[in-house]
Ligand binder design. Sequence first.
Ligand code: MN
Length: 288
Amino acid sequence: MKLARFDGGRIGIVENGNVLDVTAATGVDTTMWPPVGMVQLIAKFADKKDALVAAAKKAQPVPLDRVFLETPIPWPNKLVAIPVNYHAHAIEMSSPAISRNAGFFIKSNSSLSGASQPIILPDLHGREIHHEAELAVIIGREGRNVRREDALDYIFGYACLLDITVRGKQERAMRKSYDTFTPVGPWITTADEVGDPSDLDVKLWVNDTLRQSANTRDMIIDVPEIIAMASSVMTLYPGDIIATGTSEGVGRIADGEVVTIEISRVGRMSVHVKQGVGGSNIAMPAVI
Ligand code: MN
C-alpha cells in the first residue's frame, strides 16, 4: 500500500497514478495540532487496514497531479540520520569516520517537507548547499534494543528522502535542519510492497543530469544494523523516520533547479529549488 498525505492533512491510498481519499476511515482529524494523525495511523495500522482498503474501493480517484502532496509524517517523535554510509561517498568527502564508527545524528523534525513543496535555500554567501539522496525507513513498532535479526519486523515502510545539507564546520544538526531541508515522500510505501531493503536502486537527478546512482547493498551499515544501533541508544516509536545515508555524487543545488529522487519499488519525486533569504553564516572556528 502507498499512503500519501495531501491537501491539508488528508490521507489517501495511491493507486495507478491516482489518490483515493480514505481520511474518514482513518479517524484522523485533519485540523488537529500537532499534526500526528499519520503517526497514530501507523501505530494502529493493523486494526485500521481493512477499513482503509474498503474506503479506497468507494473513493473517487483523483489524479496525483491534481493534489498537493505533503510530507507523510510531519510530526514524528524523531528524525534520525546516518552520516557517510556508502564507501564511495566516504572517499569523496575525505571522511575518516565511516558510519560504523560515526553512529547517527538527529535532524530537526521541522525540516520535513513534502513532494509538492520547494526546497528553500538560505542566503549563505560562500557556502555550498548539497543534495543527498537517501532511502527513508519508517518505523512501525515501538522498540528498544532491537536485535538485528528482528529489525525488519519493526519497519512500517519506506520513502524517498533528500537530506539537504549546507557544507561546512557547524554542527550537522544545524547545517541540515533548515526548513524544507528534508523532503520526504512522495508517499510511504509499506514494507510488504518493498521486500528486501538491501537491494534498492537509489538515483538522483538535478534537472536532467544523473548525479547519484547507487544500490542499498553498498551501505556500510545496512538497514537492520541501523535499527539495532539506533534502538540500542533510544526507544524507536511508530512514525520515526531514519535517513539511511547517501552515496557518492553529492553536489550543489541552486535556485530554479529541479531535484528528482527515485528508489526502486518505493517511489519517485521531483522537488523544485528556490532561493530564500536569511540563514546563519557566522564565522566558526574549526570543530574540535
Ligand atoms: Mn545524509
